[in-house]
Structure formats: structure tokens, C-alpha cells
Design a protein around this ligand. Structure first.
Ligand SMILES: Cc1cc2nc3c(=O)[nH]c(=O)nc-3n(C[C@H](O)[C@H](O)[C@H](O)COP(=O)(O)OP(=O)(O)OC[C@H]3O[C@@H](n4cnc5c(N)ncnc54)[C@H](O)[C@@H]3O)c2cc1C
Length: 414
């Protein structure tokens, strides 16, 4: 079966990347179809739902009140020994979203600009010219299935993968989207109530607590909070902690809750409970091929320090859409023309992500004792600098009192 209609572009995935991309190309006059395998856009939620204001500042995103649960005024960063730094600045304001509302709002904005969205519709294969649906031949469409029903074909000269972590169709297009355990964090999260908070996100660090990761408490409205943990993917597979071989993030999260009675989380109810995996490694080494692009988490465009991918997904959706509008005007969807998107990434957010990946790799070599020392030495102003990728000042401060860290931290200042 073949869809009666052809499109200018088909987007696979109606998350923040896909809906943002679709909104802009639809506004520019392109005929765009977005498909998402979920029955309902944004559901189920698999996210801590934190979004930093500074990360979306340039997007002028006017998030409606019903799409976020609460505003965030700052962050509290807690060292392994319990010492905390409270950090309130332009860098730390933001929101804890209601993703099921937020994602649908983004999708609706795309529809309002003329995009068509089909939920519960999975892309199961690529169509290539010459009748070869394998790995060669010009990409010219996708095979779709609504809720597992009879597959049908839809044609477009450009296919965009905004598939998130799964990225199965991007793999079929020839992108190396496989995730190595070292390059992911495995996560577990509860939405809990009651939890009394001060609209600060709380981040707890420690190698015993959360190897190569952290525990987060993201406040929500009505005395609720997302309480979650992310740990390095290889910790999950092999590290031995307190006699426990292989760290299950849920077990570590439960241990954190039990070990911190002052937070009163062991008395709280769990309203939602899920596990997930997020990329924290190097983005794909290419984002475009002839007639195909990859955007958002499918392209591993995620912050390697905290695993946040919403802002980058939208930013890269905009970036890709602007290039596609130019390609559409020339009716040229070649890799060469689409490459401008990849270049804009490399010259912009790609540089920031590379710095943050470096910081992540350095921090994973630091012991709990060193972490305690670092937290004791740096201030909230230093944290601002670190978040901007300006490491020299804070590193010099730390090295003045603990020169033996030079070997580990030097990578940040060269
Ligand atoms: C536990 C956890 C906590 C997180 N917390 C945060 C956080 O607090 N802040 C933050 O910024 N980020 C967070 N993230 C990351 C964030 O959720 C993602 O980076 C973000 O959703 C990426 O947006 P996207 O549009 O690229 O992909 P997604 O939001 O993943 O959307 C991809 C869509 O593609 C659809 N899809 C996939 N394959 C197909 C197919 N073959 N056919 C049709 N549809 C398909 C999926 O159903 C999905 O709807 C977290 C991730 C995890 C796992």
C-alpha cells in the first residue's frame, strides 16, 4: 500500500527535536509529515524534566504556564561529605516541565503552522530507489505501520531522524547510532510526593552514591519532586560497590533515599517509576547523508555532564530546519547542501559539548576525597565559570591547595 500523498519531508519522532524542526519547515511552506510510534505524543514520560533558562534563551521560547510544573530559582550541589553549595544565578534559573504537556504543546505548535502529525505510527524501514530497501540506492521514503497494522509506503525527498535513543531508521541509513556502555548513563527515577523544597534543583555527588553520575531531586508543584539517579553505563555492568557486583541504578537510588532520612523521602509515595538510558558520549561523527538528516538525541546531541537533551534537541531542530528551507528552495537535498547544518553544529554547540565531555572524563577520575576538597574550595561564582567552559580560574584555585590533582585536572587547562 502506498500513501496517496507525497511530502517534502518526513520526520521520524515527535519529541522536542522533531516537533521543533517540523514547526519551522512548515512555517516556511514545506509539506511535512511527523510520525511517532507513541499512542500519545509525550507519553509515557522518560525524563527528569529539567530545562535551564539559559539553554533556551536564544530560542525565545514562551513556555505556557500549563507546560511546566514549577520554576527553578537555583541549584544546590552536595559533595560526598554532605557539604553543599547553593548556587543562584542566571545560569541556574529554569523550569521543571510537565513533559507530557510540553511535548504535546510543541507538537501542536507544529500542527498550527501546517505540519501533519500521525501518532501510533512507527517507521519500520527506509525506501530506496531501484526497488532496493536495503542499504544502497537513493533514499526516497519510509515504510510506516499504524499500531502494527499493514505496512504502507510514504515518499519524500528528505527523511529526518528525530528518533531519540533508539535511532533504528538512522542506523538503516548508515549512521553509527549504536551506544557503547561507557558512553551512556543508566537512570532510574521516581516522581514522589510529598517533598518540601525551595524550588532549587538538588544534585548529590559521590562515587559510592552514584558512580560517574549523580542523584537529582527536581522540585515540582504541589509538594512533588522527580527523584532520580544516573550512573555510568559501565558501572552498571561491572563495578563492585559495597559487595554489590554491577550497580543497579534503582538499588542505588533506594539506598540514597534510605540513607538520607532528613529528606523524608522514605515516607513519600511514588507516583511514577521508570528506568531509562541517555547518551553522554561523543555525538555522531556525521549528521547528514544524501536525502537524510539526524537531529536531537538520535544524533547524540546531549550534554555529557548532566544528560540534558531537551534544549539541544530544540536548538538543533532549528539549526537543521533553517538549512533544509534553503535546500528546499534549490530542490537539492544532497549531503553537500545539508552539510551546512553539521558545520553550524561544529562551530557552535558542538564546541561546548566537546568541552563538557572533557570535563566529564576528568571528573570521573576524581576520588570522593578530592571531590570533597573541590567542593570545599570553589564558590558558586566558580561554578558559573565551569558551566561556561571557563575552567582555568577554578582549576588554579583547586591546584593551589591540592597540587597532586595536576595530573587529573591539567586536561582542562591545555
Ligand atoms: C531518565 C532520564 C532523565 C532525563 N532527564 C532530562 C532532564 O531533566 N532534562 C533534559 O533536558 N533532558 C533529560 N533527559 C534527556 C531527554 O529526555 C532527551 O534528550 C530528549 O527527550 C531528546 O529529545 P528528542 O526529540 O531528540 O528525542 P525524544 O524526546 O526521545 O523523542 C523521540 C521520539 O521518536 C519516537 N520514535 C523513535 N523511533 C521511532 C520510529 N521508528 N517510528 C516512529 N517514532 C519513533 C519516540 O516514540 C519518541 O517520541 C533525560 C533522559 C532520561 C532517560
Amino acid at each position: 500500500m502506498t500513501d496517496k500523498k507525497d511530502y517534502d519531508v518526513i520526520v521520524i519522532g515527535g519529541g522536542p527535536a522533531g516537533s521543533t524542526f517540523a514547526r519551522i519547515v512548515a512555517q516556511g511552506g514545506m509539506d511535512v509529515l511527523v510520525v511517532d510510534k507513541r499512542r500519545e505524543i509525550g507519553v509515557p514520560v522518560r525524563c527528569g524534566e529539567g530545562l535551564g533558562e539559559r539553554e533556551v534563551h536564544s530560542q525565545k521560547l514562551d513556555i505556557p504556564r500549563h507546560a511546566y510544573s514549577t520554576e527553578i530559582v537555583g541549584a544546590k550541589v552536595i559533595a560526598p561529605n554532605g557539604k553543599s553549595i547553593t548556587w543562584k544565578s542566571d545560569e541556574t534559573r529554569g523550569w521543571v516541565l510537565e513533559r507530557k504537556v510540553f511535548d504535546k504543546w510543541l507538537a501542536e505548535k507544529a500542527v498550527e503552522k501546517g505540519a501533519e502529525i500521525r501518532s501510533y505510527t512507527r517507521a519500520i524501514d527506509l525506501i530506496r530507489e531501484n526497488g532496493n530497501n536495503g542499504t544502497t540506492g537513493k533514499i526516497s521514503g519510509v515504510v510506516l505501520s499504524h499500531g502494527g497494522r499493514e505496512p504502507y509506503e510514504v515518499r519524500a525527498p528528505l527523511i529526518v531522524s528525530a528518533e531519540g535513543m533508539e535511532s533504528m531508521i538512522a542506523r538503516k541509513a548508515g549512521f553509527d547510532t549504536v551506544h557503547k556502555p561507557y558512553d551512556v548513563d543508566t537512570c532510574y527515577q521516581y516522581e514522589m510526593k510529598p517533598y518540601d523544597h525551595e524550588n532549587l534543583i538538588e544534585l548529590y555527588f559521590g562515587n559510592e552514591l552514584a558512580p560517574r553520575g549523580y542523584v537529582w531531586i527536581f522540585p515540582k508543584a504541589d509538594r512533588k519532586a522527580n527523584v532520580g539517579i544516573g550512573i555510568g553505563g559501565t558501572s552498571f555492568n561491572g563495578t563492585k560497590l559495597g559487595g554489590m557486583k554491577g550497580c543497579d541504578p534503582k538499588i542505588l537510588l533506594d539506598r540514597f533515599i534510605a540513607a538520607n532520612p532528613h529528606l523524608k523521602l522514605s515516607e513519600a509515595s511514588t507516583l511514577m517509576d521508570f528506568g531509562g538510558v541517555i547518551s553522554v558520549g561523543t555525538p555522531l561523527n556525521e549528521f547528514v547523508k544524501d536525502n537524510f538528516m539526524v537531529i536531537g538525541t538520535a544524533a547524540k546531541q546531549v550534554d555529557p555532564i548532566h544528560g540534558g537533551g531537551i534544549a539541544l534537541a530544540m536548538e538543533c531542530g532549528i539549526m537543521a530546519a533553517n538549512v533544509v528551507l534553503k535546500a528546499h528552495a534549490k530542490k537539492d537535498y544532497s549531503k553537500q547542501t545539508l552539510f551546512e547544518y553539521e558545520k553550524t553544529w561544529r562551530d557552535g554547540p558542538g564546541k561546548k559539548v566537546a568541552k563538557r565531555l572533557l570535563l566529564r572524563k576528568v571528573m570521573e577520575k576524581v576520588s570522593d576525597d578530592d571531590l570533597n576538597y573541590i567542593f570545599n574550595t570553589i564558590s558558586d561564582a566558580d561554578l558559573n565559570q565551569i558551566m561556561k567552559g571557563q575552567f582555568a580560574g577554578p582549576v588554579a584555585k583547586v591546584l593551589a591547595g591540592r597540587p597532586q590533582l595536576l595530573g587529573v585536572l591539567s586536561a582542562l587547562i591545555h
